[in-house]
Design a protein around this ligand. Structure first.
Ligand SMILES: CC(C)(COP(=O)(O)OP(=O)(O)OC[C@H]1O[C@@H](n2cnc3c(N)ncnc32)[C@H](O)[C@@H]1OP(=O)(O)O)[C@@H](O)C(=O)NCCC(=O)NCCS
Length: 178
């Protein structure tokens, strides 16, 4: 299973991250307390650690570590507006994503997730492609459903969102299986 290094949707171009993406990603989503509210990480306060994070993601690609991250750009631009990625865990692909606030409500993330979900379901050794989100993040659950996943239920005390609480929170789990 080798994921595509780039892909295109109707309006987006997705590609591997680069260290040089850090300033734009910092500005558009990674430093934003609202965009990162439900994520597993705190907003970045400096660009350099974000560049280091991208270096690690580049290494992941080079070593086939099972962690595949993409920067999402508008088709006419090379500047990231968000990111999407997945972790390969045995027969599963588990997705995560974030989009800069000014691009919310545009259907962009649905486009990107739909593409990768279709790709994942076409892999002979992937039988389940899913994602979870905080119970208070219904826009994300809706994106998963619009992309083709089914809402499976609530996983109680499943995930820590450090920007909300140090305690694990309930999450909505969605997936597509074959
Ligand atoms: C979640 C996120 C990626 C959505 O991206 P997007 O491009 O705005 O998504 P879309 O426009 O494709 O769809 C959003 C859907 O959620 C719906 N929605 C938005 N706010 C909602 C709310 N409070 N309650 C219910 N539905 C809501 C929209 O109406 C839309 O559904 P519709 O097309 O049926 O009307 C974006 O909000 C984001 O990056 N959030 C911060 C990071 C994050 O939470 N990531 C997910 C972690 S699991």
């Amino acid at each position: 299973m080798i994921p595509p290094e780039t892909f295109n949707t109707a309006r987006l171009h997705a590609r591997k991250p680069r260290r040089e993406d850090a300033p734009a990603a910092f500005a558009v989503y990674a430093s934003d307390p609202i965009a990162t509210k439900y994520l597993a990480w705190k907003p970045y306060t400096e660009v350099a650690p974000l560049a280091d994070f991208f270096s690690d993601r580049i290494k992941d690609w080079a070593t086939s570590s099972g962690h595949y991250g993409y920067m999402l750009c508008l088709k006419n631009s090379d500047l990231p507006i968000g990111s999407i990625g997945f972790i390969r865990k045995g027969h599963q692909a588990i997705f995560g994503y974030v989009l800069g606030q000014k691009y919310w409500g545009t259907g962009y993330m649905t486009e990107a997730l739909s593409y990768l979900l279709t790709w994942a379901m076409a892999q002979p050794d992937i039988f389940r492609a899913g994602a979870f989100c905080d119970v208070d993040n219904p826009a994300s659950a809706r994106v998963m459903e619009k992309a083709g996943m089914t809402r499976e239920g609530i996983l109680r005390r499943y995930h820590i969102a450090p920007n909300i609480s140090p305690e694990p929170r309930d999450c909505i789990m969605c997936a597509k299986v074959r």
